[in-house]
Design a protein around this ligand. Structure first.
Ligand SMILES: [Ca+2]
Ligand SMILES: [Ca+2]
Length: 226
């Protein structure tokens, strides 16, 4: 089944032997492959194929003025279909977490925003299409501070942030807010999301979380500015 799903992506975007592909078909295929990656086997072909497909639908099917992809490749002039954006946005958020490439984060944000703004939700089908997978978009997009992408914000991430503190870098270097610099703002975000619980809820003083994390940096041997 995995080989068949990867074969579909190949037929759509490499061999280009199937003219009736659609961005939502890629989204559904990607969802199945991501589930396989998480629950069965971390097959690296999946990340490569989804990067290829996400790049291809962005280049061939994204209509900026509609904030949506077209519906089907055999009728590309029908305009954007924002009802389907939220079947596709999670792919970009997942690729951002896997690769650290900010272009996937930024494209995913545009796809998600276009879906939220433009989707018609009155029909059962359209409503379900919008909400069946889009919560994973938020889950993969939001937890700042998870530098090693294991979906937990913990001391490993703190160590990565400490190593890169004061440097330029991306998600995988500890840049939690996406401004390209690893600094105290990222430390605050990491503290807020630490182990999925805001440290401020565990420690009485308002600044206790930051204080504890700062002590952690010292313990980890952070000496860059010393
Ligand atoms: Ca982590
Ligand atoms: Ca930052």
């Amino acid at each position: 089944m995995v080989d068949q799903a990867l074969g579909h992506i190949d037929q759509w975007f490499v061999e280009q032997s199937a003219e009736d592909w659609a961005p939502f078909m890629f989204g559904l295929t990607a969802e199945a492959l991501i589930d396989y990656y998480h629950y069965v086997d971390q097959d690296e072909r999946i990340v490569d194929a989804l990067c290829l497909g996400a790049d291809a639908i962005w280049e061939q099917a994204w209509i900026p003025e509609d904030e949506a992809f077209f519906y089907r490749a055999d009728n590309p002039d029908a305009g954007g279909a924002p009802d389907l954006n939220l079947l596709i946005a999670p792919v970009y958020a997942w690729l951002y977490r896997q690769t650290g490439e900010e272009i996937y984060r930024d494209r995913g944000d545009q796809v998600f925003a276009g879906g939220v703004r433009g989707a018609w939700l009155d029909g059962y089908k359209q409503f379900n299409q919008n909400y069946r997978w889009s919560f994973d978009y938020l889950r993969w997009r939001m937890p700042g501070g998870d530098a090693n992408l294991d979906e937990i914000v913990d001391c490993t991430d703190l160590g990565i942030l400490a190593t890169n503190y004061g440097s330029v870098g991306g998600l995988k270097q500890g840049d939690a807010n996406g401004d390209g610099v690893i600094d105290v703002s990222d430390l605050g975000i990491l503290a807020t999301n630490y182990q999925g619980v805001a440290l401020s809820e565990l420690i009485p003083e308002p600044s206790g979380g930051i204080l504890l994390i700062t002590m952690g940096l010292v313990l980890l041997g952070f000496r860059r500015n010393a």
